[in-house]
Design a protein around this ligand. Structure first.
Ligand code: FMN
Length: 196
């Protein structure tokens, strides 16, 4: 007997399981070498479709370029980074993640690989970042990524925060995330609370 399948509306959000992480690992140029089961379930790709592909296979057109420009600059400096990203699933739906990018170095202190662990962000975090991304994208479409970068720098200056402080601020707004005791903190800082 045929089973009824609800038609998927493009632009529909996939709500993630807060208990599960989507993990992928790439080479230094961002070519996917590994993805966990939950990543494949959510993105809608089979393992053989993903491995060997550049990571922009899941890039959503709503994401401003400047965020990836800052990501790659950071990774090339062998530094870790966190970013809130809207990703595109194979069927056209989307999902928001807070991503922890971790650079793995080899014995010669070169980037050997990059690991990305993603979790669902608090809803208020998404609401905050959406407006900023919308503005950055509009500036990029009307002008250039250089102009959107200057806007982002100005925005952060107005907040009186660095990029990292801003991300931390919107991810740990007091009313959305219960306080966690200092003693629970792991060496990689506040984000250990999300990624532990
Ligand atoms: C480990 C790793 C994970 C990444 N994960 C994502 C991701 O989840 N979504 C995304 O759009 N880009 C991700 N990227 C960035 C992509 O490589 C790429 O820079 C981005 O999609 C923008 O595409 P473009 O450079 O072709 O404009 C990741 C990069 C690395 C190194």
């Amino acid at each position: 007997m045929a089973t009824f399948k609800r038609p998927i509306a493009v632009n529909e959000e996939i709500i993630l399981d807060p208990e599960r992480a989507l993990m992928s690992k790439t080479n230094p140029r961002g070519v996917i070498e590994y993805a966990n089961d939950y990543f494949m379930t959510i993105s809608g790709y089979e393992e053989q479709e993903l491995i060997g592909q550049p990571h922009n296979v899941i890039r959503h057109p709503d994401m401003p370029k400047v965020i990836f420009k800052w990501l790659w600059r950071r990774l090339q400096e062998k530094k870790n980074m966190h970013a809130i990203i809207k990703n595109l699933a194979k069927d056209g739906r989307y999902y928001w993640v807070i991503t922890d990018f971790e650079v793995k170095l080899n014995d010669m202190n070169e980037v050997a690989s990059i690991v990305a662990r993603r979790r669902t962000p608090p809803r208020m975090t998404i609401a905050s970042i959406k407006d900023l991304y919308k503005k950055l994208l509009a500036i990029e479409q009307a002008q250039s990524v250089e102009v959107s970068e200057r806007y982002l720098i100005g925005f952060l200056e107005e907040q009186g925060m660095t990029y990292d402080e801003y991300i931390e601020d919107i991810c740990f707004m007091k009313e959305t995330v219960p306080a966690i005791e200092e003693k629970d903190e792991k060496p990689r800082g506040l984000f250990a609370k999300l990624f532990s």
